[in-house]
Design a protein around this ligand. Structure first.
Ligand SMILES: Nc1nc2c(c(=O)[nH]1)N[C@H]1C(S)=C(S)[C@@H](COP(=O)(O)O)O[C@H]1N2
Ligand SMILES: [Mo]
Length: 318
């Protein structure tokens, strides 16, 4: 988002690293198709080293859109801790150590605890959630995430009456994560939601994608996914979750408050100060179709989430 131009260059589209050989990809696609016709998805074998996840339930909210190819989801990323180019996170993925890993849940709750990542993998049944994702820069993807509603962890933590917001803190390890040695952002990366947003069943505590544990570049071992908001609200590699009374300070809002609001709901009617948000480019589409798709209110999830914002001025609270 630091980069000024709407950065869709053919080189970025054609030079993506390929994670799957063509034969592996076809095999995986076929396995996926037959599994879904049985009403469930089996873990998808990837050529890339990546642990498979236990069988999981399929998404309750199916969508029509085609899945974005795995190599795009794992090869075209924003994860500034691992570099600012879209290909940096995949290239530098091994810099992130994801085991052992704990997540501390604290603040305005009656049950503060530090959870091991293996506990969190078993806290609730894993589900596949196929979500549209929209980056504030103007590109989008359709990703089969795996996880469970964030509200499962929040409920277990027993919020007090004072808890009004939730704050997420991403990993901080400047010794290994070269991006954190550069003051492009204030580290660690912080994000936040209003508590009722975080309690919405669509808000996902995400542990995997495409039938496997998350690749590091996508926010392993645990990230948040909020599909009706711009991508930067979905903090990666989370180590701390805090329930708080006041609206938390968040990384992009602090960096450029005029451009990145606290809410950052996907909204085609509220432009970014430097570009329109009315349309988007679906990654995987040919670059000639650049920004051909209409962006949908709340990224297409208005039926589910619009009531969270009834009566709110969405231009003011952008
Ligand atoms: N910790 C952290 N989380 C982050 C980011 C980041 O740089 N650091 N980038 C955000 C942005 S701008 C987007 S669009 C999504 C991209 O997630 P993906 O690469 O899994 O699609 O992650 C978000 N979460
Ligand atoms: Mo983004």
């Amino acid at each position: 988002m630091i980069r000024k131009a709407l950065d869709v260059r053919p080189s970025e589209i054609t030079d993506k690293p390929t994670f799957l050989g063509r034969r592996e990809f076809m095999k995986a696609t076929l396995a996926m198709a037959s599994a879904s016709s049985m009403g469930m998805l089996l873990p998808w074998q990837q050529a890339q080293a990546g642990q498979r996840l236990q069988a999981y339930k399929q998404s309750a909210v199916p969508i029509e859109d085609k899945l974005t190819p795995y190599e795009d989801v794992a090869g075209y990323n924003n994860f500034y801790e691992l570099g600012t180019d879209k290909s940096d996170p995949a290239r530098n993925a091994s810099r992130l150590t994801t085991r052992p890993w704990t997540v501390t849940v604290e603040g305005e709750i009656n049950n503060p605890r530090t959870y091991d990542i293996d506990e969190l993998l078993k806290l609730a049944p894993l589900e596949e959630r196929i979500y549209r994702m929209r980056c504030v820069e103007g590109w989008s993807m359709v990703i089969p995430w795996i996880g469970y509603s964030l509200n499962a962890l929040i409920k277990r933590s027993e919020p007090t009456g004072n808890a009004k917001y939730i704050e997420f803190t991403s990993v901080y390890d400047p010794g290994k994560l070269a991006g954190q040695r550069v003051p492009i952002l204030k580290w660690p990366y912080m994000e936040g939601l209003r508590l009722d947003e975080a309690m919405h069943p669509l808000a996902l505590l995400c542990l995997g994608m495409y039938g496997e544990i998350l690749p590091n570049q996508n926010g392993a071992p645990l990230r948040i996914v909020v599909p009706w908001k711009y991508g930067f609200k979905s903090a990666k590699s989370v180590v701390k979750i805090r329930l708080v009374e006041q609206q938390p300070i968040t990384t992009w809002n602090r960096a450029v408050p005029s451009e990145y609001g606290f809410y950052s709901n996907v909204n085609p009617n509220v432009d970014h100060p430097r570009w329109s948000q009315a349309t988007e480019r679906r990654i995987g589409d040919h670059w000639l179709f650049s920004r051909k798709r209409k962006t949908l209110m709340f990224n297409g999830y208005a039926d589910q989430v619009a009531q969270l914002y009834s009566g709110m001025n969405l231009k003011k609270f952008f």
